[in-house]
Design a protein around this ligand. Sequence first.
Ligand code: WQD
Length: 345
Amino acid sequence: MSLHILVTGGAGYIGSHVCVALLEGGYQVTVIDNFSNSHPEAVARVNKIADGAINVIETDLADEGSIDFIRKEIGGRPVHGAIHLAGLKAVGESVAKPALYYHTNINSTLNLIEVMRMVGSNTVVFSSSATVYGEGNKNPLTETALNYMPTNPYGRTKLYNENILRDLYIADNDWRIANLRYFNPVGAHPSGLIGEDPQGIPNNLFPYIAQVAVGRREKLSVFGSDYPTRDGSGVRDYIHVQDLASGHVAALQFLHNQSAGCSADINLGTGKGVSVFEAIAAFERVSSRTIPFEVTARRPGDLAEVYADVTLASQLLAWQAQYDIDQMCADHWRWQMQNPAGYTG
Ligand code: WQD
């Protein structure tokens, strides 16, 4: 009998790739999504890639009414765990609209916990973020860091959700919790059928570069070239979304294989830093397109360098990132070329 997993935010960029990995791993999947920042088409394409039959529950998990709605939609089907990705994730927007971010990102977690109690499951993999480290920690960032100073409301919601789930385990040791701290997810499924489809002007580097390469944007603004890094531009730990997806399945297997409850915080990165200029060069190499850019002022709140220590993921999950920056660019580029206007094009 195959295990049944709830994936909140399963129609999103990370969620859709996680669903492919789950289906290919023999799991049954139910997606819970309100499509506020995603597309039903993504679920249809996931089913096409993995020959799946995903059950979709369309609801806003942050609304209290969703708890009973989800329970009724699930009916008596057993549930063996949840991968919780639903939430808002734009750093700049979180600064402008903090109440919206606390409502959405915290209540969706509290409501999911109630759903899990109702369906009798105690296993949760949470989509956390390297932004929980904030400033004041040395690279490579390790999970044993002592001070967590997120510099924006989005990062604080991730830290608070980690603490909520960890406290759940402390109160009741039957809970099985994995807080996965993503570094910079980029790339797309090699089929080019699913990928990142940001609404409006992309906040993040890779989707912006891809839109310049495909002609949707004129040029890239490089936010500062005077950082204390090897070439002066910002350095980040970019991780292929396919590696991120396999990391989620590995975390789920880890939790299911434990003889008792547990709570673990785990970095998902490559352990290597790549600069903005190096990312531009890699994208130009794989796309044979020139990426025009202009160096502008630093973006407020940006750190010079952020990359992961990935020892724990290797030890606990027997997982390591497999893809390099060129593969990340090649797969991101294929998705962008095949879908110049994203899912709605
Ligand atoms: C990367 C580098 C910029 C855009 C964010 C979120 C974080 C996580 C990953 C969810 C930096 C530079 C960027 C541009 C640029 N998301 N840059 N021009 O800021 O590391 O992290 O995404 O968990 O929560 O904060 O990613 O892609 O925005 O920036 O020069 O147009 O590219 O300065 O050095 P970041 P990013």
